[in-house]
Design a protein. Structure first.
Length: 95
């Protein structure tokens, strides 16, 4: 589902779009959790909503936590988007 469609749906259903962004940000933050179960659950949720989470995943790419970087790259690889390729390539150029 496209991010714009998700926002329109949430407005029509009386839901706050910012609440969805906050929820997605929490999942992105949990990609670096200490416990494997938390990381796996976060990844599963973000994979379900990868298109909507794309901007948050892109912002998390330069994370100092290798687990966050890897999970973001792997999830972004499932999203057919040319916008994700540039930041991912830049990440590898700096390595």
């Amino acid at each position: 589902m496209h991010a714009v469609t998700a926002v329109l749906l949430s407005v029509l259903l009386g839901q706050d779009p910012a609440a969805g962004d906050a929820r997605l940000q929490q999942w992105v933050d949990r990609l670096g959790a200490d416990f494997l179960e938390e990381r796996e659950e976060a990844r599963k949720q973000l994979e379900k909503e990868a298109r909507a989470a794309e901007p948050l995943l892109l912002r998390a790419l330069p994370s100092p936590d290798h687990r966050v970087r890897r999970a973001c790259l792997e999830i972004l690889a499932t999203v057919p988007s040319a916008g994700a390729m540039g930041p991912a390539e830049e990440l590898f150029r700096r390595a």
